[in-house]
Design a binder for this molecule. Structure first.
Ligand SMILES: N[C@@H](CCC(=O)N[C@@H](CS)C(=O)NCC(=O)O)C(=O)O
Length: 230
């Protein structure tokens, strides 16, 4: 098979790439990376020395593509389908990139910081860093709440790269710092993302691994149940 995806079914940045592959029904070989396993980690490092997932390998083009956003741009360019992840219109394109960056930097990264702190050795945790990450999530929730007052998807009517970024970021962020009771528009948006068939499939495949999530509160595919106002 021309395309290989190196990923883990629980990993949020991997979800982002999987959504794009499932949206356009692109065939690919799955290579599950287990970073706790020395052989798996070494094999992955040989493909991408930074050892950050996801990584896409296109054998037909002899290309190794790292970084979830770039993987989606690559798929959009070389394996286009009915869902276009980057709008052709230049203004809509920069808005898409801006919100993709927003979800990665201000939702995924603080969420990862909070989760990763639990995996640190005793005496090496960073309580102040976790406090700052929680505050940044709250700040981001406020921005998204206002933004999603009038939108269906992250930049308007069309599902784009920005929604691929938003889906796993909000899904795990809601597990770590729940927002269903405090941010209605945000909750409605997450519910909408969770019933999108591409992301619903990603979550279904991740479910058997949810018990490995290192916080007491585990992820759940139960919808938030907030009723859309439009
Ligand atoms: N900026 C990267 C972030 C990738 C990333 O942080 N991946 C996580 C999994 S969600 C990872 O590989 N973590 C392993 C580690 O940090 O050792 C992207 O967008 O792909």
């Amino acid at each position: 098979m021309a395309l290989k995806l190196y990923f883990h079914p629980l990993a949020s940045f991997c979800h982002k790439a999987l959504i794009a592959l499932y949206e356009n029904r692109i065939a690919f070989e799955r290579i599950i990376v287990d970073l706790r396993d020395e052989a798996s980690r070494a094999a992955f490092r040989a493909v991408w020395p930074m050892a950050k997932m996801p990584v896409l390998r296109d054998e037909a083009r002899n290309r190794t593509v790292a970084e979830s956003t770039i993987i989606i741009e690559f798929l959009d360019a070389h394996y286009p389908g009915p869902t276009r992840f980057l709008p052709a219109d230049v203004d809509r394109a920069w808005q898409t990139r801006m919100w993709d960056r927003f979800y990665d930097h201000y939702v995924q990264e603080p969420m990862q910081k909070i989760v990763a702190d639990r995996l640190r050795p005793e005496g090496k945790t960073d309580a102040y860093g976790v406090e700052l990450a929680k505050a940044q999530l709250q700040q981001a929730y406020g921005v998204i709440e206002r933004e999603m007052e009038s939108k269906t998807w992250a930049i308007g009517d069309d599902f784009t790269l920005a929604d691929c970024a938003a889906a796993p970021a909000l899904f795990y962020a809601n597990t770590v710092v729940p927002f269903a009771e405090t941010h209605k528009n945000l909750a409605v948006y997450l519910d909408r993302l969770m019933v999108r068939p591409s992301f619903a499939r990603v979550l279904e495949e991740a479910q058997p691994y949810f018990h490995l999530f290192p916080l007491e509160r585990k992820p759940t595919i139960a919808r938030l149940g907030r009723v859309a106002n439009r």
